[in-house]
Design a protein around this ligand. Sequence first.
Ligand SMILES: Cc1cc2nc3c(=O)[nH]c(=O)nc-3n(C[C@H](O)[C@H](O)[C@H](O)COP(=O)(O)OP(=O)(O)OC[C@H]3O[C@@H](n4cnc5c(N)ncnc54)[C@H](O)[C@@H]3O)c2cc1C
Length: 356
Amino acid sequence: MMKLSRGIRGIRFCERHQIPIPPKRAIYGFFQGRKNPLFTNWMAQKLRFDDAKLPEIFADGGLVGGYSSREYWLDGEQVLLALREDVSDLLLKGTVESMGVPAEGKRKVLIRTAEKKIELRPRATIFSAGAGNQTLLEMMKKEDRALREQIAAKPWSGVVHKVKRSQVLVIKGKELTDVACMIPSLDLYIVPRNEGNATVWLISDGADPEVRPGDPVDLTQDPKLNDERLTGSVGSMTRAMPRLSRLSLTAGYYTGFRVDGRSFSKTNGEVVEDFGIGDLLVVWPSMLSLAPKASSIVVEKLRKKGIFPSEHAISVEAIRLPKVETQIGQEKWKTVNWSSWEQFRDDLHNRLQRYS
Ligand SMILES: Cc1cc2nc3c(=O)[nH]c(=O)nc-3n(C[C@H](O)[C@H](O)[C@H](O)COP(=O)(O)OP(=O)(O)OC[C@H]3O[C@@H](n4cnc5c(N)ncnc54)[C@H](O)[C@@H]3O)c2cc1C
């Protein structure tokens, strides 16, 4: 499930694919006199909001007020299924061997599948491989002088994405309130999920430090947990909701690298980069909830280039290949190792003691 307020096109996408988007309450909480630019954002986005009656769970926590708005939430796995729906007959599974533009002009893509080698002459090529976009660009660059020159001219010296270390504290319990919360003065951002009759809170600190270009990271592995950051999140939770310790809760965490496009036109949100060679677009949605919006930007850009969907699209059936069976990944919180909230905090405390 994820926040959709920034992508009205995302809402239309969900309606078209009949994905339920139940509106839920989002609470923006603050301590005395500590308002934040997020509030200005709500105004700028013309979100409707009211003064919030803070949920019971915040009693005794020092929050003096808040605002509340209705937001749309949806299931990430359903978004992926819907995004796949329209193209399921067109999916090929294989390895791209080359993507060059031969002397006579039109790009030639060679793909090796388990069954045979396939040559495509695409009217447009769109990379949407997350961290893999960089690798695909490197590969295309080798065979495409125009792309090489365009990328060399960019001031980011060839590194086309920014990588951030993200980590999420997860707590689960029947007595948690099914709302989203933003408490910027405590660096506390909570997104709700449901599991049976329990509510799950995904808690982040909004910090996500960027990995400096050139620093060695293995993007195929999740980043190491940062215990200091986790302690910050646990401390903020305890401060905002002292009564949490009286509830029966389980807790866990997950980490991941966030990969965003490095664009100069904007600092966050979806990036659809045209590297100036005509037939290539590279997409970083930045949030899964912005993937439908990023997709519609791609379609718009292609239309402007005079490229429209063709009735002659090659289906896997037409080239006598088996239909690709794709699996949809689970939302990451479903894979955490749970322990009791008390045990979780003790373990964290002990780990920190050991380091110091
Ligand atoms: C910890 C964490 C929490 C997040 N929480 C949220 C949230 O609450 N809400 C939200 O909206 N977003 C969230 N995001 C962001 C969201 O996960 C990403 O924006 C989204 O997954 C990006 O989608 P993508 O398809 O561009 O890239 P990815 O999800 O990275 O998918 C890229 C795919 O391309 C494949 N690939 C790579 N290289 C190649 C290649 N050469 N050939 C073929 N395939 C290749 C990869 O195997 C992968 O399957 C979170 C991210 C992290 C790390």
